[in-house]
Design a protein around this ligand. Structure first.
Ligand SMILES: Nc1nc2c(c(=O)[nH]1)N[C@H]1C(S)=C(S)[C@@H](COP(=O)(O)O)O[C@H]1N2
Ligand SMILES: [Mo]
Length: 405
């Protein structure tokens, strides 16, 4: 496939947008018999060892094919989505410094080696998911701008690093400290200005330890290997249970403050608004935690199936708070009138997704497969969700169109 066709598919113009949305960008890719097309799309990330469907290369925005995503509970880095707002900075771990300042007794800089030496090592398996996961489904209601994500910007990795709480205790907190800002060294071009990506979390949420899982960690490793450049090398935040945007990559600065970060990606994005009006943006609360969600990963959208028993498989994510577990996943072959309970995968931990599968019978009458999940906090995935301007937190029942002969 030529570069121009590639661009057309991943950056649809307005005219083709609805058509694309209706087909579902992922559906086109995953359901196509043109394997040459898939290979050429993957080729863009091959140099980095990635096997992803690329939405844009600079900045890099890419997600795995859903069938790859659920091959294992731990997501290999090659299948782990990349979501960046600016080109990936190439940083030298030897000279890189992380500055800690604001309402702290001892503002200072740390090299990565100093962080590793000074603070106890910690690690945790945590699912990261983009607030824009499944955005393309919001676009079916009304087009939403931004990367038209399918259900692939999610992954479950082992992160290793240090607890933010240990670092903050070491520099000492001053009276009035209430929020911790994270600032990257990347350079995002935004409305004619160049700004870093940043965000913040309430201090109280950053200082706690959930059993073995720190509420916020500065991570150096993903799946026991140094972070790949696209994932934030040499150090990134990982904030379990929160939308991916709070896990700032290429972490250059930590600021302790009495108020939340004024960074655009905290104050002016990642909120549920329906109109682009300042009053609405200002009044809306920032999104921290992600809600319950699930998706069917196989069969793929537009799959052609034979009548009989098929295996449906996917992931289910409990809401992003401590002690939430997926307790039930149900699949429907008739649009939600009757449900079959899926079998849950053996691995289930706090802040992690759960894989599931169900063997169900399909007939030529079956046109759609549907999934919904439930967690032990009483949360159930809703049948529909309210549209929002930026297309965040889409978590309605996931539907996959199929044809059966
Ligand atoms: N510096 C920086 N950090 C960032 C981003 C970014 O664009 N720049 N994107 C955020 C968003 S929106 C998500 S979903 C996660 C994605 O992490 P990943 O690319 O490692 O999967 O990183 C977050 N951290
Ligand atoms: Mo994101």
């Amino acid at each position: 496939m030529s570069k121009s066709q590639y661009t057309e598919i991943h950056q649809p113009d307005r005219r083709s947008f609805l058509e694309m949305a209706t087909l579902g960008v992922l559906g086109v890719v995953a359901g196509t018999s043109e394997t040459a097309f898939i290979r050429s799309v993957f080729a863009d990330t091959a140099s980095s060892g990635k096997e992803l469907i690329v939405h844009s290369t600079s900045p890099m925005n890419a997600e795995p094919a859903l069938k790859d995503l659920v091959q294992s509970w731990i997501t290999p880095v090659k299948y782990f989505y990349v979501r960046s707002h600016a080109p990936t900075p190439q940083l030298d771990i030897g000279t890189f410094r992380i500055r800690v300042e604001g309402l702290v007794d001892k503002p200072r800089e740390f090299s990565v080696a100093e962080l590793k030496e000074r603070f106890p090592a910690t690690s945790a398996v945590v699912t990261m998911t983009c607030a824009g996961n499944r955005r393309s489904e919001h676009s079916l209601t009304k087009p939403v701008s931004g990367v038209q994500w399918g259900a692939g910007p999610i992954g479950n990795a082992k992160w290793s690093g240090i607890a933010l709480a240990d670092l903050l205790q070491d520099v000492g907190l001053k009276a009035g400290a209430n929020h911790v800002w994270f600032e990257s060294v990347d350079r995002v071009e935004k409305d004619g200005e160049v700004i870093p990506f940043g965000g913040s979390v309430p201090l109280q949420l950053a200082m706690i330890q959930y059993g073995a899982v720190p509420a916020a960690m500065a991570a150096f490793e993903m799946n026991d290997a140094p972070l790949a450049a696209d994932h934030g090398f040499p150090v990134r935040m990982v904030v379990p249970g929160m939308i991916g945007a709070r896990s700032v990559k290429w972490l250059g600065k930590i600021v302790v403050s009495d108020r939340p970060s004024p960074n655009h990606y905290f104050a002016g994005a990642y909120k549920l608004v329906t109109e682009d009006r300042d009053e609405e943006w200002d009044a809306a609360l920032p999104i921290y935690h992600f809600p319950i969600n699930s998706a069917i990963c196989t069969p793929a959208e537009n799959a052609k199936l034979k009548s009989g028993t098929i295996r449906v498989a996917g992931y289910a994510l409990p809401g992003g708070v401590i002690c939430r577990k997926i307790t039930k996943v149900e699949v429907s072959m008739d649009g939600g009138q009757h449900w079959t309970q899926a079998e849950l995968g053996p691995d289930s931990r706090d802040f992690c997704w759960r894989l599931w599968h169900a063997d169900v019978r399909v007939t030529p009458k079956t046109t759609q497969l549907v999934v919904r999940a439930f967690d032990n906090g009483g949360a159930a995935q809703p049948e529909t969700v309210k549209w929002n301007l930026k297309g965040y937190l889409y978590n309605a029942w996931h539907r996959v169109g199929v044809s059966v002969t």
